[in-house]
Design a binder for this molecule. Structure first.
Ligand code: ZN
Length: 295
């Protein structure tokens, strides 16, 4: 385990304990969440280092892995994911009509495949070797391991996407620097993240599935993301809701707090969360669209 003494986003030392939660998904281990008093970033602290974190991804149910599962929740997830892939591609098309797309944390490649079909030149980065093999052999996509990211040219990408990925990445600062380097002037950075200030997060508290410790190393609010943009000279051009996530996260959170009728309760609280979020904007997950300045 490593411990942050400084905030990984702003480097301030003002980190205070906020609450403890568990890895409800896999190991049952307890982890603390700290918050930076300067930029507001919440972090899982201490957190497993890069190598130790592999153990927390060893599950048939971890959804970035390709393949089929008979788990009803996984089936719902797969259906939502199909719909999501199409809407993500449509969103990207609004900002960027053609060119090079890099998807970091490409998983089983469904988003890249959709972008390729929409006329983009696509490339992915994916840590999981099985997922990489699936992308190349089944879908014919060019997906590399993070260790080989030096082959990506500077100022080569028209858009870079990270769908629920930034919260998993060690070396936050170094990776953001690399991403900015790979972006062309005027290129877009699209980041989807769970929102720890959403009504469902506030309702479920430590049981909220969006904490997903210790796989999620950071927990970004919209204010923290505005700070991240300013600090990195990236212009925030839009924040887009991911309404389906409220249902999925609420059903999972109901499982974590050991309630019966998890699907019904989850659907109800997901609906309630979306309803409240329509006025405050704090949807369960949010997509942030940033643009690199033209010069
Ligand atoms: Zn900070």
């Amino acid at each position: 385990m490593n411990k942050h003494l400084r905030c990984p986003l702003c480097a301030h030392e003002n980190l205070t304990f906020k609450f403890s939660t568990k890895d409800y998904f896999l190991t049952g281990e307890e982890f603390d969440v700290h918050q930076c008093g300067f930029c507001g970033l919440q972090i899982t602290n201490p957190f497993p280092d890069d190598l130790a974190s592999i153990a927390y991804y060893q599950s048939q149910n971890y959804y970035s892995h390709p393949g089929k599962s008979l788990n009803p929740l996984a089936l719902i997830y797969q259906l939502i994911r199909r719909w999501n892939v199409a809407s993500k591609t449509r969103l990207l098309k609004k900002y960027c009509d053609s060119g090079n797309i890099l998807d970091i944390g490409a998983g089983s490649g469904s988003f890249l495949e959709s972008c390729q079909n929409a006329g983009f030149s696509v490339m992915g980065i994916e840590k999981d070797q099985n997922a990489r093999n699936y992308c190349s052999t089944r879908l014919g996509l060019h997906v590399i391991s993070p260790e080989h990211d030096s082959q990506i040219d500077e100022s080569s990408q028209d858009a870079i996407t990270l769908w629920h990925v930034l919260e998993h990445i060690h070396d936050l600062h170094d990776n953001i620097e690399k991403i900015k380097l790979w972006m062309k002037p005027g290129a877009y950075l699209v980041l989807a993240l769970p929102n720890p200030e959403s009504p469902d997060a506030l309702f479920y508290g430590k049981y909220w599935a969006g904490w997903d410790v210790p796989r999620h190393l950071y927990h970004f609010s919209s204010d923290t993301m505005r700070f991240l943009g300013k600090r990195n000279n990236l212009r925030l051009v839009n924040i887009v809701p991911m309404r389906w996530d409220a249902f999925y996260v609420s059903i999972l959170s109901e499982q974590y707090r050991g309630k019966s009728l998890t699907a019904l309760r989850g659907l109800y609280h997901g609906l309630k969360s979306n309803f409240k979020a329509e006025s405050c904007g704090n949807f369960s997950s949010l997509i942030y669209v940033f643009q690199k300045p033209e010069n």
